[in-house]
Design a binder for this molecule. Structure first.
Ligand code: NAD
Length: 260
């Protein structure tokens, strides 16, 4: 399996998991689009990839909650590289509060980034995939697509929602050769998680060490964080496997924290 010259858009690829996926795809021969809210960081990631893979990465400014920005970003990619073969809908944030204190504005922001973002980016790339009769859409879910934790009502709701959207796209896309799958990582030490450690310690009234050892990793088989490389490996398989045998699925990568 390889991704030679496949055009792959990765949202939220200026940091963390998305960045690792973009780097992995480029290493496998893909042309990668670093689509992110943070254009400076996206440009830096693209420049880094272009030092080893000249011309294989481009940065695009994209707020995935904006239909205009999503459509303009996808149009820019198609103008530059002709089509879109792979979409990794990965951009995401975390906001934690107990439900009774959860600000409605934060709830709406969370659902917009995780669900509107997944919908809008999928809607924008599907016509190109249908036209060529092939494509792969990958949603960044979470163990929280299958399991709940206190303080994360909006995140858990949104990540569960992705499982439904994924199955619909798999059913609609099948006859067009378009597959759709979800990756469900456990805790990965990225800026998104680093930010949560002190927040959860405060909200739960425990030490930061206990947040990591008991809350985040207590349910794993070995007390280990999942890594960005682990997630990128699964993202590679979902992108590169070319048959509809693997569609409509969600795969948990979490050191056994959640088992199905
Ligand atoms: P991160 O904070 O390192 O990176 C997120 C990226 O998304 C950033 O570059 C940010 O600028 C971008 N972004 C945020 N809002 C955006 C928007 N509206 N439009 C476009 N880009 C936007 O986070 P990460 O840990 O790499 O998370 C990536 C994805 O993985 C998220 O969907 C997250 O929910 C999911 N996830 C993370 C973990 C974890 O433990 N880190 C576990 C499971 C799932």
């Amino acid at each position: 399996m390889n991704l030679n010259n496949k055009v792959c858009i990765v949202t939220g690829a200026a940091s963390g998991i998305g960045q690792a996926i973009a780097e992995r795809y480029a290493a496998e021969g893909a042309k990668v689009v670093i689509a992110d809210l943070n254009l400076d960081a996206a440009n830096a990631t693209a420049a880094l990839i272009n030092t080893t893979k000249p011309g294989m990465a481009m940065a695009v400014a994209m707020d995935v909650t904006s239909e205009d920005q999503v459509n303009a970003g996808v149009a820019a990619v198609v103008a530059a590289w002709g089509t879109v073969d792979v979409l990794v809908s990965n951009a995401g944030i975390q906001i934690v509060h107990p439900l009774e204190e959860y600000p409605f504005a934060d709830w709406k922001k969370m659902l917009a980034i995780h669900l509107d973002g997944a919908f809008l980016t999928s809607k924008a790339v599907l016509p190109h995939m249908y036209k060529q009769g092939s494509g792969s859409i990958i949603f960044m879910g979470s163990v929280h697509s299958k399991e709940a934790s206190p303080l994360k009502s909006a995140y858990v709701t949104a990540k569960h929602g992705l499982i439904g959207l994924n199955k619909v796209i798999a059913k609609e896309g099948g006859k067009h050769g378009v597959r759709s799958n979800v990756i469900c990582p456990g805790f990965v030490k990225t800026p998104l998680v680093e930010k949560q450690i002190p927040e959860q310690a405060k909200a739960l009234g425990i030490s930061e060490d206990d947040v990591v050892k008991k809350v985040m990793l207590g349910g794993t088989v070995d007390g280990e964080f999942t890594t960005v490389a682990d997630v990128a490996e699964i993202a590679f398989t979902f992108a590169a496997m070319e048959t509809n045998a693997l569609t409509g699925q969600s795969l948990v990568v979490s050191h056994g924290w959640f088992m199905e």
